[in-house]
Design a protein around this ligand. Structure first.
Ligand SMILES: [Zn+2]
Length: 254
């Protein structure tokens, strides 16, 4: 049976492990050491490494793990990362070696220029693009690009499980409540995810349905979100992209 494990790294990163039959595939191993410790504790063999984008907290351990285990690596076609065997672009499908799961790449530029997501079998690995109740910062892309990338992810089935790269959920919910204080689904989510955090559990995965109901960056056409963005900007915002950009800038300084 396929299992997905969260290996914490650095302050708030998650390295996701797909595990089946004694084999493991690591998604976004920013650091080799916690992965090695997890593998040795669990008696697993690393059979593949997957990467969503080039930031070092996502690929910093990739080369070391790949050479130690001799396993194939998969990552974005349009970004430079050392030791990528297979470079993926929109629509590319591949079977994860040793795991028997087929994933498909989706191009989602915005956080970085070549960022990809990997989806299949009801799962989404989206790195630093879609976060639980938030989205990544715009380091190499525009607000319009990021909005289009998020819209692609939002079109996945509602029960798709969302595995993102960081544990930011509870602070993201605080911001979402500032944008949309009347959203009852947000209140329920805050209660649920705060309880998980207090128990020391990951708040992830969330689902696409959770995000559609609570994530302000997917709700830029909701009248309450438009009104909050315009109020924060102190002017009328002419388009959904402007609403998105205003909320993204607001979050940067929240
Ligand atoms: Zn990043």
């Amino acid at each position: 049976m396929l299992a997905i494990r969260a290996v914490p790294a650095f302050k708030d990163n998650y390295i996701w492990i797909l595990e089946r039959g004694g084999n493991a595939a690591a998604v976004d191993p920013g650091d080799a050491r916690p992965v090695e410790e997890f593998l040795s504790r669990s008696g697993l063999r690393l059979t593949a490494i997957l990467a969503t984008h080039h930031h070092s907290d996502h690929v910093g351990g990739l080369a070391e793990l790949a050479s130690r285990w001799g396993c194939p690596t998969f990552g974005p076609a349009r970004e430079v990362a050392e030791k990528l065997d297979t470079r993926l672009r929109e629509g590319d499908r591949f079977e994860v070696p040793g795991i028997g799961v087929t994933l498909e790449a989706i191009d989602i530029p915005g956080h970085t220029a070549g960022h990809i997501a990997l989806t299949g079998e009801g799962m989404l690995f989206c790195g630093d693009t879609l976060f639980a109740c938030g989205c990544g910062r715009l380091f190499e892309g525009t607000a319009a690009q990021m909005m289009e990338s998020l819209a692609k992810l939002a079109r996945l089935p509602g029960d798709t499980r969302v595995y993102c790269g960081h544990e930011y959920t509870v602070s993201n919910i605080r911001f979402a409540q500032a944008v949309e204080p009347g959203n009852a689904a947000l209140d329920r989510r805050k209660e649920r995810d705060t309880a998980k955090q207090l128990r020391g559990e990951p708040t992830l995965p969330s689902t696409i349905a959770d995000e559609l109901a609570t994530n302000p960056f997917l709700r830029c056409e909701e009248p309450a979100v438009v009104a909050a963005a315009q109020n924060h900007a102190g002017r009328t915002l002419a388009s959904t992209v402007e609403v998105f950009a205003e909320i993204r800038a607001w979050k940067n300084n929240f």
